[in-house]
Design a protein around this ligand. Structure first.
Ligand code: NAP
Ligand code: GCO
Length: 264
């Protein structure tokens, strides 16, 4: 029988106080997983704990910066001691900076790469040894349309997410023999705080030009909701996907398949 249950599993979702991470962790809890999440400061962790509680979920929240290897190693050790062995890791924490490349400083470029690419490397490196000892595990990296496409002002983010696609394939290649499946989810344009600037209603009450652009580029003719990612994320975290490895599952309403609607 196909098994999408996550009962008895410990799922760690990074940067999951709100947004996509929160939605994925909530879906995992619905499937029976124990939820662990981190965020960059205590205020966000407390906000997340309250949100999970409101949703009827008893989550375990920790402050941890995914770019700090010492913090991450201590965090993973603490979770393993206090909650249990980590069976599922979702590398969700991420930022974006929308700056024309020639105006972006090297420090700004490095910051995006550090959080969006080095972070998943550090987190994955911290959990893999115990996953091997436990007989396997699931790693899911939150990629992006920008793992495949570029656009103006997001050079650092596209470089990071393109790299994350290949890190996903490399973890799958290097650790598949230990029954670790590493896959990616490539969300399309999802309505979260991260994309709020792209959806701001204009002073004249019209939709943001980018909002209109994405609607025309998406066969589903809508922005995604974080909940649209829940089913694919549960699939990749469950034993139903034990022979899926190194795959980036795009959940984009069809953007990558579509040339875009002709302007009327
Ligand atoms: P979000 O609303 O900005 O949430 C990202 C979370 O990660 C925030 O809680 C953020 O904390 C946290 N974070 C940032 N830096 C961190 C660090 N160094 N250590 C730990 N946590 C950190 O973003 P989202 O829209 O939910 O996106 C989540 C993931 O999906 C990201 O990887 C993003 O690139 C990806 N994604 C988003 C979309 C979309 O359309 N929204 C589409 C494709 C992919 P702060 O509040 O302090 O920033
Ligand atoms: C942007 C958006 C995108 C989305 C997402 C698309 O500025 O183009 O923020 O990057 O966040 O990554 O998949």
């Amino acid at each position: 029988m196909l098994d999408f249950s996550l009962s008895g599993k410990v799922a760690l979702v990074t940067g999951a106080s709100y947004g996509i991470g929160f939605a994925l962790a909530s879906a995992y809890a619905e499937q029976g997983a124990t939820i662990v999440f981190n965020d960059i400061n205590q205020e966000l962790v407390d906000r997340g704990l309250a949100a999970y509680k409101d949703a009827g979920i008893t989550a375990h929240g920790y402050v941890c910066d995914v770019t700090d290897e010492e913090q991450v190693n201590a965090f993973v050790k603490q979770v393993t001691e206090e909650v249990g062995h980590i069976n599922i890791l979702v590398n969700n924490a991420g930022i974006i900076k929308r700056i024309p490349m020639c105006e972006m400083t090297a420090a700004e470029f490095r910051q995006v790469i550090d959080i969006d690419l080095n972070g998943p490397f550090i987190m994955s490196k911290a959990v893999i040894p115990d996953m091997i000892a436990q007989g396997g595990g699931k790693i899911i990296n939150i990629c992006s349309m920008m793992s495949e496409l570029g656009r103006e002002t997001v050079s650092a983010y596209a470089a990071a997410k393109g790299g994350l696609k290949m890190l996903t394939k490399n973890i799958a290649s290097e650790y598949g023999e230990y029954n670790i499946q590493c896959n990616g989810i490539g969300p399309g344009y999802i309505a979260t705080p991260q994309t709020a600037p792209l959806r701001e209603v204009q002073p004249d009450g019209s939709r943001h030009p980018f909002d209109q652009f994405i609607i025309a580029k998406t066969p589903a003719a809508r922005w995604g909701e974080a909940g649209d990612l829940a089913g694919p994320a549960v699939f990749l975290a469950s034993s139903a996907s034990d022979f899926v490895n190194g795959h980036i599952l795009y959940v984009d309403g069809g953007i990558l398949a579509y040339i875009g609607k002709q302007p009327q």
